[in-house]
Design a protein around this ligand. Structure first.
Ligand code: ZN
Length: 129
């Protein structure tokens, strides 16, 4: 009969080493969670029909602005439009230029004139005419 006590001792030492060994903390332990994870951004994709890209852009801006009125926590500056089958071709709907006080322009992307902070009477800045 084969004596496997030496192999058994080696195995026990290896397992004990994985648990504690000379370390204060075990090598194998549950993942540390210092606290709740910070919130992350997600994107919702909504589908609709339009006659052409220009009409689609106008509708998308109207949908985004309407949702922004209903749910102020939405990040409208991240709103984008793409053909339904080509999300990789997404184009921003809003300008988003950063103003002198850190505010972002709420006008549509590619707008002429000054940039404008959101809200009535929002700050205007830039090289408008
Ligand atoms: Zn702008």
């Amino acid at each position: 009969m084969r004596d496997d006590r030496a192999a058994h001792r080696r195995h026990r030492r290896a397992v004990a080493g994985l648990r504690h060994g000379d370390r204060k903390e075990p090598l194998i332990a549950p993942a540390r969670r210092a606290g709740a994870r910070p919130p992350r951004h997600f994107t919702v994709h909504l589908g609709f029909e339009a006659a052409d890209p220009t009409s689609a852009r106008e509708l998308a801006v109207a949908y985004a602005e309407a949702l922004g009125l209903l749910r102020p926590e939405l990040a409208l500056g991240a709103a984008a439009l793409s053909p339904a089958d080509a999300w990789h071709r997404a184009e921003r709907l809003f300008c988003g230029a950063v103003g002198p006080d850190g505010e972002r322009c709420a006008d549509v992307a590619g707008h002429p004139g000054f940039h404008h902070a959101p809200g009535p009477g929002g700050l205007g800045w830039g090289d408008g005419d």
